[in-house]
Write a protein that binds this ligand. Structure first.
Ligand code: AMP
Ligand code: ZN
Ligand code: FE
Ligand code: FE
Length: 294
């Protein structure tokens, strides 16, 4: 049987609800053979995930999902097997995380103006396990206070873009981050480029330009994409010689409809991704993480 491969998941090192160990155990239980941990803007979950993968016989890619911006719209860039200590990457991640932290009091203020009892300390408690606090942690604090039922309700009423407690934050320009990841020896893949959280600005011309800068692939099979979008993205990937991935974007109990393995990556696409990561690693001269069990 061909291996089942899920290349986009989150742990409690960002806004997932499972520890890295719990995530690895759940991945094995879900019948996955290869998993990538891709927490938002941090590699903090890597050591625990690597140890758990080793112990449970799972193949693990250490990755991240990095906050970037293109044309004023948020774009998430998956970065695999890069060296997070590479100076430009480390500096960018520090700046992005500072933007996340700075935003918390402003979101709290907006919520309090609307009658919420939430405090900054409530959010700090909800985000205690991560250096990358985000809206899901604000949502969790509202759930704890009994002001909303779940994250979905918090986003729909207050936190989604365009809702009253939405506050913008710093993100690195997409084209810059593609080059930074390549310079840090990693392979980059644009997460959910279209669909619900995507932007139509990511067209063939832009993707071709990003490919020149070192982009390795695009995430085609993702719950945010309908069948028509997936078909069109698959054609784009083929035409532009980009790797086409498929993944769950699992967040534990934090996001419904994103069960581990609900979308998977074809083995030959993983091979192409690993070849691009190896080429970037060699060209950069950086010491990049090995695939655990690979
Ligand atoms: P932030 O990192 O603060 O920009 O928040 C974005 C994160 O919130 C992403 O990881 C999304 O997966 C998550 N998210 C967006 N909408 C929802 C929702 N309705 N329910 C749960 N999580 C969500
Ligand atoms: Zn998330
Ligand atoms: Fe994302
Ligand atoms: Fe994600």
């Amino acid at each position: 049987m061909s291996p089942r491969i899920d290349l986009h998941t989150h742990s409690s090192a960002s806004d997932g609800t499972q520890t890295p160990t719990e995530l690895v155990v759940a991945a094995v239980a879900a019948g996955l053979d290869v998993l990538a941990l891709t927490d938002h803007d941090t590699a903090d979950g890597w050591p625990e995930a690597a140890a758990a993968a080793e112990q449970h016989g799972l193949t693990l890619l250490r990755g991240m999902e990095i906050s970037t911006v293109h044309d004023g719209a948020s774009v998430h860039l998956l970065a695999y097997l890069c060296d997070p200590t590479e100076p430009r990457l480390a500096e960018a991640l520090t700046r992005i995380r500072a933007g996340r932290t700075d935003r918390v009091p402003r979101m709290v203020e907006r919520l309090r103006e609307r009658g919420s009892a939430i405090t900054v300390d409530d959010v700090l408690l909800a985000s205690a396990g991560t250096p990358a606090p985000g809206r899901p942690h604000v949502a969790d604090a509202l759930v704890t206070l009994g002001e909303v039922r779940d994250r979905d309700e918090a986003f729909a009423r207050f936190l989604a873009n365009g809702r009253p407690a939405y506050v913008d934050r710093y993100a690195t320009p997409l084209a810059d981050m593609v080059e930074i990841v390549a310079g840090a020896g990693g392979a980059s893949v644009i997460a959910h480029p279209w669909g619900r959280h995507g932007t139509t600005a990511l067209d063939a011309d832009l993707l071709a330009d990003l490919r020149e800068r070192g982009l390795s692939g695009i995430e085609v099979d993702h719950e945010d994409h309908d069948p028509d979008e997936r078909a069109r993205l698959r054609v784009l990937a083929r035409d532009l010689d980009l790797v086409a991935t498929g993944s769950s974007d699992h967040h534990g109990l934090g996001k419904t409809g994103h069960d581990l393995g609900c979308n998977v990556t074809a083995p030959q696409e993983l091979d192409r991704l690993l070849a691009r990561a190896a080429a970037a690693a060699a060209a950069s001269g950086r010491r990049t993480p090995d695939v655990v069990g690979g």
